[in-house]
Design a protein around this ligand. Structure first.
Ligand code: AMP
Ligand code: MG
Length: 310
């Protein structure tokens, strides 16, 4: 998953922990774009219809639904564009504008046909990239597995996105989860007291390179082909459904504040969000205002502090 995963599961023995680790590996073997031999990797390589596991099929169908409902802000078929930007390479470069435009034509999810347990691409250049949803999907699988094993209290971090189950201290109060300050990553902007949910975080600060003073990060705007450049610096989405939370955190980042709040108010999905804006303001959606506690010491820029008006 190209990230650090930590698990704190109360009363889980070594066998449960080992099996949990294997579960994450098997998710990676299904969903990873870069793990040679994964289902997605094989799909990306071939022009024939790929037979997919039930898990991969279900995730793709869900990704397709979220793609439609977010008007394409969440787009799981940007693989060719992710390859072009290759942000994780040792010396990433800004691709020529014409190349970005050309490759963008090979990123339409409508060129993917899903039917009868198979996926087929109508454009041979199309590649899937489930990087915006796979960690959430796997975290959700981990929580389901722990529940099956009778574990009632756990917290799992997938590189800063957190799944939590039950309670921290058996007092029925859930978990207190800190949300990182994207302007000063050693700090938190605040915390939420929650349980049985996933908190997915998408931020420009997570993966990026700089060129001529401009920051190029890993969350791409499917309309322009460039890193999404909105008024959102980072966003945390909280939902019971982990893969949904993950996909929506990526989508809201791409949408920017106005579109994101419109989307929230449409009520298509059950979720809440904390948006940290580039101007240093914090916006928290209605459903979690009561459980969000702001850290008034969180730094913004030039000696200023972040601002939250409830
Ligand atoms: P996240 O950290 O969950 O926001 O996911 C970011 C990852 O999702 C990137 O590293 C890409 O693999 C992929 N990605 C980038 N832009 C998008 C997008 N607009 N929609 C869906 N996935 C994306
Ligand atoms: Mg995401």
């Amino acid at each position: 998953m190209d990230t650090f995963i930590s698990v704190d599961a109360k009363n889980a023995d070594a066998q449960v922990m080992n099996e949990l680790e294997m579960l994450v590996y098997s998710d990676e073997q299904r969903f990873s774009r870069t793990f040679s031999g994964s289902e997605i990797c094989e799909f990306n390589k071939t022009n024939d219809a790929s037979v997919l596991s039930d898990e991969a099929m279900l995730l793709l169908e869900k990704a397709f639904e979220i793609y439609n409902n977010t008007d394409g802000a969440f787009s799981p078929s940007l693989g060719a564009l992710s390859d072009l930007w290759d942000i994780k390479s040792e010396s990433p470069k800004v691709p020529p504008h014409e190349e970005i435009e050309r490759v963008l034509n090979n990123c339409n999810f409508s060129d993917v046909v899903l039917a009868d347990g198979k996926a087929l691409k109508l454009n041979p250049e199309l590649k899937l990239d489930l990087g915006g949803i796979a960690k959430g999907a796997s975290a959700g699988n981990c929580i389901e597995y722990l529940k099956k094993k009778g574990i009632s209290d756990a917290v799992i971090s997938f590189g800063g996105s957190i799944a939590c189950l039950g309670d921290a201290d058996k007092k029925g109060k859930g978990w207190i989860i800190g949300i990182k300050n994207p302007f000063e990553v050693s700090q938190i902007v605040g915390s939420v007291k929650v349980t049985n949910c996933y908190i997915a975080v998408s931020g420009a600060y997570e993966r990026f390179f700089e060129k001529d003073g401009i920051r190029y990060h890993h969350i791409l705007d499917p309309e322009t082909g460039y890193p999404a450049n909105t008024d959102v610096e980072s966003v945390a989405v909280i939902a019971e459904d982990a893969s949904l939370a993950d996909a929506l955190s990526t989508a809201l980042f791409v949408m920017g504040e106005e579109r994101a709040l419109e989307f929230y108010n449409r009520g298509l999905y059950e979720f809440d969000a904390v948006l940290i804006l580039t101007d240093g303001n914090i916006v928290v959606t209605e459903g979690i205002k009561d459980v969000f506690s702001f850290n008034g010491d969180a730094d913004y820029k030039n000696g200023k502090k972040l601002v939250y008006n409830k």
